[in-house]
Design a protein around this ligand. Structure first.
Ligand SMILES: NC(=O)c1ccc[n+]([C@@H]2O[C@H](COP(=O)([O-])OP(=O)(O)OC[C@H]3O[C@@H](n4cnc5c(N)ncnc54)[C@H](O)[C@@H]3O)[C@@H](O)[C@H]2O)c1
Ligand SMILES: [Zn+2]
Length: 365
């Protein structure tokens, strides 16, 4: 017997409880039916990434079929849309659609649209209801589920934001069929991160994952395991004051690499691929993590087309300078997530600077 094509999780974070539906192609057409019990009479602004217009049309049709009044607005693809001017544009679209306090905004897209539209939902009329329909692997396993929303300033990424939980999340892995191989691989870097954070069992599932993930029941199971890991951590620390920092494994140096490359040379997941390897190297020195874990991680990252060697066009001091500017590093300390084994996490402040420099240099060999 094959696994059921649709799964439903009930997510509890703080006072919030929401349903998360995860299924194979066609689930987006069920959006109206699945949300209907809570959505009767709701006015809806559906904001979507310009590259998923077809999917958004199907989502809007599914909502209209349940009698909901839906207005639609497209968002230009790309990180530049995570801006305060887009927040204003979408808030005004909500106003002209007549949205009121008890109405809702639906985000259909990857992390960019999810973060932007989530922040609009948190802000418009001091907060309206939010539904996420993530369309990238990264958004499914990461950005659509923890409640973090926000936009960028010229001074830094995610400098303006809010924690705002959705009331429904619908993940249709059929949406991934149109996603580029590069973006799929980027999402997979986060999946590898969850394997390392969760423990040997999930790591070995990830390690055996045959190829770039395509749609299907097995992929649903893998996404569910990542989602469950993240939600378990977020439920313990919604406001990111403690254990939630563990989800940043690979991100301290990864963010530095991403920024030093101008957010262009490496996409986020590619920078995280390199950041994970650097963090594992430091963990070998500081925590005694056996070297096999980094070697096995290199193999799985490479098999999915992710970089494991750092480009010589980026200098190490550009990376460390960017790490210093990362808002996750407070003024006096640099926080790193390390492991002494998969699933055994150590949060470490200020690991020796030489170890960081060596770990970055080793990415070049
Ligand atoms: N809120 C959080 O907790 C959190 C966590 C991680 C990342 N993020 C944020 O997420 C963003 C990155 O998200 P992302 O990687 O999903 O990038 P993205 O939203 O930019 O999507 C990547 C590209 O894929 C396109 N796309 C999206 N879905 C598609 C589909 N189904 N078919 C074809 N093309 C599609 C988009 O137009 C875009 O060009 C960053 O801004 C990051 O800061 C937020
Ligand atoms: Zn990430």
């Amino acid at each position: 017997m094959s696994a059921p094509a649709t799964e439903r999780l009930t997510v509890a974070i703080g006072d919030h409880e929401y349903a998360l539906h995860l299924g194979a192609g066609g689930l987006v057409g069920e959006l109206g039916r699945l949300w209907a019990p809570r959505a009767a009479g709701t006015g809806v602004l559906l904001a979507h990434d310009g590259n998923v217009a077809d999917l958004a049309r199907r989502a809007a049709a599914a909502l209209r079929a349940e009698g909901l009044d839906v207005s639609e607005v497209a968002v230009e693809p790309g990180e530049r849309s995570k801006s305060l001017s887009e927040v204003e544009r979408l808030c005004r679209a909500a106003a002209s659609a007549g949205l009121r306090r008890d109405d809702a905004i639906v985000a259909v897209g990857g992390g960019v649209v999810g973060d932007l539209v989530g922040y609009v939902a948190a802000s418009y009329q001091r907060g309206v209801r939010l539904v996420h329909v993530p369309t990238t692997l990264l958004a499914m396993v990461d950005s659509a589920i923890g409640g973090k929303t926000g936009v960028d300033l010229p001074e830094g990424k995610n400098y303006v934001g809010a924690i705002w939980q959705p009331e429904l999340v619908l993940m249709d892995v059929g949406a991934l069929e149109t996603l580029s191989a590069r973006e799929l691989a980027c999402g997979f870097a986060e999946v590898v991160k969850y394997g390392l954070l969760s423990g040997e069992e999930l790591f070995s599932v990830v390690e055996r994952w045959p190829e770039l993930p395509g749609p299907g029941d097995e992929l649903i199971g893998l996404i569910r395991r990542c989602v469950e890991h993240k939600l378990d951590v977020v439920a313990q620390d919604e406001r990111d004051l403690g254990i939630r920092a563990s989800l940043n494994l690979g991100h301290t140096i990864g963010h530095g690499i991403e920024a030093a490359g101008g957010y262009d040379l490496y996409h986020h997941g590619e920078a995280i691929s390199l950041g994970l390897l650097a963090a594992l190297r430091i963990a070998e020195h500081v925590c005694g993590l056996p070297g096999q874990w980094r070697e096995r991680t290199v193999v799985v990252l490479e098999r999915h087309g992710l970089p494991t060697r750092l480009s010589d066009t980026i200098a190490t001091d550009e990376i460390t300078a960017a790490m210093g500017r990362d808002k996750k590093a407070d003024a006096s300390s640099l926080n790193m997530v390390l492991l002494d084994a998969p699933g055994s996490i150590r949060l470490r402040q200020n690991p020796p600077r030489d170890l960081i420099l060596d770990a970055i240099e080793e990415l070049r060999s």
